[in-house]
Design a protein around this ligand. Structure first.
Ligand code: HEM
Length: 154
């Protein structure tokens, strides 16, 4: 169960990033190009939020199953070796949750805006902030806090 969840969560990161990049591209193109907010833009907005929500659920399941998280909650070790448990137990979880909340608010606000310009602007701002936080909180191979592979294969 744990390795499967980890692999799915790892792969899903690319879907989250691709969906956000596509949304931000469409929002920027629509806002600066002053074009209409189409049904395709609306679907992209909706699916980006949905993909992020699925990742959140997988993340929560992983949080319950992960040995690193149980180590974080049970160990009193404060040495440098405990950077990874704190990263996943506190920061990764907290920042990812924050980013998904921001993305959800942005998506809901964009949906309710009256003008096409306001829809694009709202999406552009909220999704860009969410992407920035997500990018910083991913344990990239080059991250200073915790390193995981680009693609996980067991
Ligand atoms: C957009 C949101 C998220 C993205 C892009 C993301 C991405 C990642 C990536 C790339 C990894 C490394 C996977 C690997 O080891 O190959 C990871 C690990 C992990 N994530 Fe997330 N994550 C997100 C949200 C969350 C949330 C909200 C939680 C908790 C509620 C969470 C919990 C975890 C845990 C516990 C691990 C590490 C588990 C372990 O190594 O044992 N993630 N995440």
């Amino acid at each position: 169960m744990y390795p499967t969840l980890l692999t799915i969560h790892s792969v899903f990161r690319w879907l989250v990033l691709a969906a956000l990049l596509l949304s931000i591209y469409r929002a920027g193109r629509g806002y600066f190009g002053k074009i209409s907010f189409t049904n395709i833009d609306n679907k992209i907005r909706h699916w980006t939020a949905t993909v992020a929500h699925i990742q959140l659920i997988i993340g929560i399941l992983l949080y319950v199953k992960s040995p690193i998280i149980s180590y974080y909650w049970t160990s009193s070790d404060n040495s440098l070796d405990s950077v990874e448990p704190s990263f996943f137990g506190l920061y990764h979880f907290g920042f990812m949750l924050l980013s998904i909340v921001l993305l959800t608010i942005g998506s809901a606000k964009a949906k309710r805006e009256k003008s096409d310009e306001a829809k694009f602007r709202t999406m552009l701002i909220w999704f860009s902030v969410a992407l920035l936080i997500i990018f910083l909180a991913i344990p990239w191979p080059f991250s200073p806090w915790a390193n995981r592979p680009y693609i996980r294969n067991f």
